[in-house]
Each structure stands twice: as C-alpha cells, then as structure tokens.
Design a protein around this ligand. Sequence first.
Ligand SMILES: [Zn+2]
Length: 278
Amino acid sequence: MRDFNETSSTLTLGDLTITSLSDGELHIPADYFSNTQPHESEKVTPSTRFGANSWLIETKNRKILVDAGSGNCLKERFPDTGRLNWQEPGLELKRSSITDVVITHMHADHIGGLSANGTSLFANAEIHIQAQEWAFWTDPKLLASADNGQKPMIGLIQALAEPLKKQLTQHPGDVDLGSGIGLLLAQGHTPGHQVVHLTCGHEECFLLADAMVSDKLQFSNPDITYALDSDPADAVRTRRALFDRIASERIAFSATHMNTTAFAMLTRQENGYAFEPC
Ligand SMILES: [Zn+2]
C-alpha cells in the first residue's frame, strides 16, 4: 500500500496516487508556540526538525500539486529549504504536466516554489485558492499598514503572488474539484487556509497543511497555538475538529511540517491525540 523513503511517501486511494514530497526542513523557535506547559515547551529545541512537505496527487488524467515548498526565497533564514528545486532547468517537462495547483495558504514556505524571477513555473495549471486568502494577502493596504517587522514577509508574499494571477480560480469556501478531490476551508492559521480531503469509495485521506504545525506539541495538546496563526482561537477550533474526525473515522493524513513524509493516523490520548504511522 505505501512505499516509504526519506524524501517521499506514497499512498494509494483507488485511482488516486498521493505522494508526499519533502522540500527540506526548517527550525522554528520554541517561543513561537503559546499556551504550553513548561514540560511541553522543552520538547522543541534548536535542533528540532520541522518538515516541509508538499504533495502530488495523480489521477488517470490530472496531476495536482498541493503547495510547492519555498523555492529559493527562504534559504537565507532556513538554508535546508527549497530542496524540491522546481525552478531547475531540467524540470520543464514535469512542470508543464501539472494540470492543477492547490495553494493551501499563502505563506512563503508554501508558495515560494510556484514562481521564479517573477514568472509562474506551472504555466499550464489552474491554480485553486480560497478567495478570502487571496484578498487578504494581496490587499495593498495590508503592506501599507504593516509594522516594520511584518513588512518583509508581506512584501515577499505579494511579490510571489503577482505572477500567479492569470491562472487563479478563487473559491468561496468548500469546493469539489472532481476525481475525489475536495478543498475544505479550515481557517485560523490564515484567513483562507484550506485543507485537501481525498476520497475514493469508503477510503479517505486529509492533507492538513498548517492546520497543525508542531508534531511534537500539537498532537498531544491541540490547544497550543503558533505565532503565525492569524486567529489562534480559530486555529485551535479547526485543529480540534479535524483531529476529532481523523481519529473517529480512522482517516490517513499528512501535514506540511511533520518531521516525516509518512502518512499517519491518530488515536485519542488524554486531552489530545497520539500519532500512529500507517
Ligand atoms: Zn507552513
């Protein structure tokens, strides 16, 4: 069912083949997480590895890329990101075969690999995003009113977004893309964050993106929040609802920043959940 190695894992769901692709790793400081108990914050140290997964979904006639990693845009701060190297000259054929791109949300570690030097890299793809996500990040007033600490991040996101404009389909909430691929609005991490829900018959899989950021902290305590969550309380509600469904219905899932490309399941444990590779 699943073949697993260091940089990718594959799950088959009927006619769908879902591959987790590692874009490398990042290191996020422990103090980016709030609502922690002392024994919890110690679980994240400077050497704790946060993964950077994106996904390729293949059907009989479509290739759908879900996020694209960082490209070159975060290498200064996180030198081990951008390993998917979508901008490399030898990958034209692979890039042109992508029929659809799903943007889960517009943080640079998810959209940095979609363009290079102001040019869209997946020129044949229809790009799917939540309308409110696009509206929030591309609003000129957002950059103008941001404080100096936030300006570089917002400026980078707006520069990365510009070349994607012509290919966009903006969705106003949950949407069925056909072929067993659904997008569900899962707000909190960002205003229009969405997750991918895949189905084939009775089998399901979730690609959670950043509904969960720290596997060391937020499985066991889903109430822990993250500094980049735009609405931390909403992020907790969304995470708890998704975890509850995944655990109750025994659904396989993957998330961007898990320290593995492997798909997993959740079992209930105390106030939270335990991760169980599948
Ligand atoms: Zn992220």
